[in-house]
Design a binder for this molecule. Structure first.
Ligand SMILES: Nc1ncnc2c1ncn2[C@@H]1O[C@H](COP(=O)(O)OP(=O)(O)OP(=O)(O)O)[C@@H](O)[C@H]1O
Ligand SMILES: [Mg+2]
Length: 324
């Protein structure tokens, strides 16, 4: 595989950097390393992450720690009912000295953007963000500007609060490559958090540069995918479409998202080819939020994640007999 793939040294180096980043984040965020791995996967795949979790489960702590270790610019937008699209993208203001209009860049001009409580702003403002996420550019007063590279939005939303919130339309949730659900920490982790709470917050080191990240993004794109993996992804997706409790199964865009994410995860794990385990690890994170259940299933609390988990249990990965 290495002959026409990524060199062994480069792979080993990328794998080590990824592990070091995950370790560094764990100095501030006590919890599953898979969560940080998922953020890194989205970043290298050029996607965005929706983080759902009740208050106080370290959503902000995680995102801040992640951006610090990347050595990237970081901005945060608190979404509120009166937030305007121009509060995100920027606006022209009159410079009194020169009597000219100058652009004041909005917080979207950054590498890592934390959109806190995204469901607290009305649809028009949410769309401004979602549009920019998709197109990687914004138009301000008719002038189009490119966003920074890399650019990743990590948006949070609170699942239980309904009053005064504007749920993201289902058709827009799939702008997020990955949806993470953060739950209460494992007992041991929570105990460790209590035991260390009065230590000063650790200063996290930046372990990579934006150039390193762009290079890793390019490498992720060149990770090899065997035909069996294509078939495996398609069979998983087909399972969600044929499921009797599903109203709308995973779309072709969802299949593509799973492929992109799997390539990034393979690279993070030090390989230049995708394994079925990469696809399995990401199935629920990438597909779960894109599946719309029938109203009856929703009432029973059966969500897209259980459909994907079932698909992973039942769909077999068929290895070709042909030797490569
Ligand atoms: N797993 C954890 N690891 C480290 N610190 C934690 C963890 N869980 C909670 N904390 C601590 O709890 C506090 C709340 O965390 P944080 O502000 O990141 O939560 P949040 O999910 O962003 O909450 P909110 O939804 O209210 O914004 C912080 O002081 C943080 O250090
Ligand atoms: Mg927070």
């Amino acid at each position: 595989m290495a002959a026409d793939g990524i060199g062994h040294n480069v792979l080993a180096q990328v794998g080590e950097i990824a592990q070091a980043l995950i370790r560094e984040v764990s100095r501030a965020y006590i919890g599953s390393p898979q969560i940080t791995e998922a953020l890194l996967t989205a970043l290298l795949a050029g996607g965005h992450v929706l983080i759902e979790g009740v208050p106080g489960v370290a959503k902000t702590t995680l995102v801040k720690a992640f951006s610090q270790t990347l050595g990237c610019s970081y901005r945060r937008i608190q979404f509120t009912p009166d937030l305007l699209p121009s509060d995100i993208t920027g606006t022209y203001i009159l410079d009194m000295r020169t009597n000219e209009f100058v652009l004041r860049h909005g917080p979207i001009f950054t590498n890592v953007l934390l959109g806190d409580e995204i469901n607290r702003a009305p649809a028009k403002t949410q769309s401004a963000l979602l549009e920019a996420m998709q197109e990687r550019q914004v138009t301000i007063e008719g002038e189009t500007r490119e966003l920074s590279r890399p650019f990743i939005v990590l948006a949070t939303q609170n699942p239980i609060e309904h009053e005064g919130t504007y749920p993201l339309p289902e058709a827009q949730v799939d702008r997020f490559l990955i949806k993470l659900t953060m739950t209460y920490p494992a007992p041991d982790d929570e105990k460790r958090m209590l035991a260390t709470y009065n230590r000063p917050a650790p200063e996290l080191r930046a372990l990579v540069t934006t150039d390193d990240l762009l290079r890793m993004h390019d490498l992720a794109g060149s990770v090899h995918v065997a035909e069996e993996i294509f078939d495996y992804i398609l069979n998983l997706v087909a399972h969600t479409r044929a499921h009797r409790r599903v109203y709308l199964g995973a779309s072709p865009r969802a299949a593509l998202a799973l492929l992109r994410a799997s390539k990034a995860l393979a690279l993070i794990r030090g390989r230049d080819y995708v394994l079925p385990d990469d696809v399995k690890a990401l199935g629920s994170l990438v597909l779960g939020h894109r599946i719309i259940m029938t109203p009856e299933a929703e009432l029973e609390g059966i969500g897209g994640h259980s459909v994907v988990t079932e698909a992973i249990e039942r769909v077999a990965y068929k290895q070709s007999r042909q030797l490569r």
